[in-house]
Design a protein around this ligand. Structure first.
Ligand SMILES: CC(C)(COP(=O)(O)OP(=O)(O)OC[C@H]1O[C@@H](n2cnc3c(N)ncnc32)[C@H](O)[C@@H]1OP(=O)(O)O)[C@@H](O)C(=O)NCCC(=O)NCCS
Length: 171
């Protein structure tokens, strides 16, 4: 397994795998911003093309997990651009393909993200996650602290309004 920050050219090379990764997560019921499942290839492609544009034009980093050269997981570090919050970033869209879960890839992605945030001199990371999701345990193990929760925040794949938990990490 190889964990890398991908540049725009590399992201375009792995676009099909990024699309498959997002479809796999949404279609398995993950709450990553798309509803309802199944997620079409066109919508997944449009999402990633927007992300690649924002990597090209801003501070966003896409960190990827590659197994035998194939992209099987990713997470995004999105530094704030508002001038009074340049010290912080959002952690977004942590996903590992179902065929590669429970092998430590999610943890490795978050560890690499934390390293990059430190290298950039960031002081605060913020994320939100569905209460009780497997990702919540992962974030807790990596030292993220619960900031609070908001009920009825987003619709789950099966149509229920779910609670979201905000986490932060001071660097
Ligand atoms: C959350 C997610 C990224 C975790 O990815 P992952 O690669 O499975 O994460 P890890 O392997 O690091 O950890 C998952 C579990 O496997 C365990 N594990 C890690 N390495 C292991 C190994 N070698 N053998 C057995 N178990 C292992 C971990 O201890 C952890 O256990 P837990 O369920 O008790 O917490 C993945 O479940 C996912 O993509 N979910 C859908 C998207 C989503 O909800 N993202 C969160 C958005 S905020």
């Amino acid at each position: 397994m190889d964990i890398q920050i991908l540049n725009v050219t590399e992201l375009r090379q792995h676009l099909d795998e990024l699309i498959e990764l997002l479809q796999d997560a949404v279609n398995a019921g993950a709450s990553v911003g798309f509803y309802p499942p199944p997620l079409s290839m066109d919508e997944a492609r449009a999402y990633w093309e927007g992300i690649i544009d924002s990597v090209d034009n801003g501070p966003r980093r896409v960190i990827a997990a590659l197994v035998d050269g194939r992209l099987v997981g990713s997470v995004q570090l999105t530094p704030e651009t508002r001038r009074n919050q340049l010290h912080r970033a959002d952690v977004q869209k942590l996903m590992v393909h179902r065929e590669h879960r429970n092998q430590g890839i999610g943890q490795a992605l978050i560890q690499r993200l934390d390293e990059e945030a430190n290298a950039l001199g960031l002081k605060l990371l913020v994320l939100d996650v569905v209460l009780g999701a497997p990702a919540e345990r992962l974030y807790q193990r990596q030292g993220y602290v619960q900031g609070g929760m908001i009920p009825q925040y987003a619709i789950s794949a099966d149509g229920v309004l779910e609670t979201t938990v905000y986490y932060y990490k001071l660097l």
